[in-house]
Write a protein that binds this ligand. Structure first.
Ligand code: MG
Length: 318
C-alpha cells in the first residue's frame, strides 16, 4: 500500500494530537442506587385479544415461575417478596388487577431483562398499556405471557453509593482535559407512567449532574436514553453515544457499562462509516463488585491502526 508523505504526516499528527471521549453508564457503573423496576404479567388465554374480560387472566405467581431459569440466588430471594396489586387501586383494570407485582433491583432487572424478557412479550406501563397487551397477544398461542414493566420508581436517583474505581477514572480524564459524559438507560427528564396510572416527572438528569458535583466531576453531558426510546433504551443509548462521539473532536471513545447488552450495542458503532478513523474501547464489569473489566477495542480504519502500532513500538524502543 502506497501513501504520500503529506498524507502520512497529517495522519501521524492526528494520532499524536488525539483527544478522548469517556462515556459512563450510571447504575452499577458510576454508582449503586436503591432503584427498582416493577413487573407484572398477564396470560393470554386465546380468543379476541381486545376482550380483556375473557381472553386473559392475571398471573398470580410470577415470583414462583422462574425456577427453570438459571438465576443468581439473590434474584430468587427477591422474587419471593412480590405483592398483589389491589384491584381497587385507581387506574388498574383486569387482567392487570389481581396480578402479583414484583420489584426488581437494578442487578435483578438486568438478569430478568437479558434472560427472561428478551425471549418474551412485554409492554411498558402507561396510557397505551391495554392496547399494547392486545397487540402483543394478537397471533400468539393461548398461554402466552405478556409482561408489563413499570420504571416509575426510578424517576430519581435516590441515595447513591458512588463506585470509586470509575469515578476516579472520570476524574483523572477530566483533569487531563478529556470530555466526560453519562448516558443512562433511565428517563432523564420525561414523564414516567406507573402501572397504577400515576405519572412521575423524571429528575435523573439533574440528579446525575448533582452527583457529579458532589464527586468533584463536571460532566460535559448527561443523557437519559428512555427519553428518546422508552421501549428499547439500549438502542437509544448507542445512538446518543454515537451522536456525542461524532460531534466531539475526540478520536477515541471509551465506554464503561456493567451490562453486556449495552456493550454489544455500542460495539456496533465500530461499523459506522461516519466514525471512520476513530477508536472505540469498551469496558464491561460489575464495577460495584470490584470486578476487573473485560476490554474490547476496534479501530474504524486499518491504516490508522498500523501507524498507531508503529508509534507505540518506536516509543517502547526508546
Ligand atoms: Mg448499568
Amino acid at each position: 500500500m502506497k501513501i504520500s508523505t503529506k498524507k502520512l504526516r497529517s495522519r501521524i499528527r492526528k494520532v499524536i494530537l488525539e483527544s478522548e471521549l469517556h462515556v459512563f453508564d450510571f447504575d452499577e457503573t458510576l454508582g449503586t442506587t436503591p432503584a427498582t423496576t416493577n413487573v407484572v404479567a398477564v396470560r393470554y388465554l386465546g380468543g379476541d385479544p381486545q376482550d380483556f374480560e375473557n381472553s386473559y387472566e392475571p398471573v398470580t405467581n410470577i415470583s414462583g415461575m422462574h425456577d427453570n431459569v438459571a438465576l443468581e440466588p439473590e434474584y430468587h430471594r427477591f422474587l419471593s417478596g412480590g405483592k398483589f396489586l389491589d384491584p381497587k387501586e385507581k387506574g388498574v383494570y383486569y387482567p392487570i388487577a389481581g396480578a402479583e407485582m414484583i420489584a426488581l433491583d437494578t442487578d435483578q432487572y438486568k438478569i430478568w431483562k437479558n434472560d427472561i424478557a428478551g425471549r418474551s412479550k412485554y409492554v411498558n406501563a402507561g396510557d397505551g398499556v391495554y392496547d399494547g397487551i392486545a397487540m402483543e397477544a394478537d397471533g400468539t398461542e393461548p398461554g402466552t405471557l405478556i409482561y408489563v414493566r413499570d420504571f416509575s420508581p426510578s424517576f430519581k436517583l435516590g441515595k447513591v453509593k458512588p463506585i470509586k474505581s470509575t469515578v476516579d477514572i472520570a476524574k483523572s480524564k477530566k483533569a487531563t482535559g478529556e470530555r466526560i459524559g453519562v448516558v443512562t438507560a433511565r428517563a432523564g427528564e420525561s414523564e414516567l407512567p406507573s402501572i397504577t396510572g400515576t405519572k412521575f416527572k423524571a429528575q435523573n438528569k439533574d440528579d446525575i449532574y448533582d452527583f457529579g458535583k458532589e464527586q468533584g466531576l463536571d460532566f460535559d453531558f448527561v443523557h437519559g436514553a428512555a427519553d428518546t426510546d422508552p421501549r428499547d433504551p439500549s438502542n437509544a443509548k448507542r445512538d446518543l453515544i454515537g451522536m456525542e462521539f461524532s460531534i466531539s473532536n475526540a478520536d477515541e471513545l471509551h465506554f464503561y457499562d456493567d451490562d453486556p447488552q449495552n456493550i454489544r450495542k455500542v460495539q456496533q458503532l465500530c461499523k459506522r462509516p461516519a466514525l471512520d478513523g476513530k477508536d472505540i474501547t469498551t469496558y464491561q464489569a460489575d464495577f460495584h463488585k470490584g470486578q476487573v473489566p473485560s476490554v474490547t477495542h476496534c479501530t474504524v480504519n486499518e491504516l490508522r491502526q498500523v501507524i498507531r502500532k508503529a508509534l507505540l513500538n518506536s516509543r517502547r524502543v526508546k
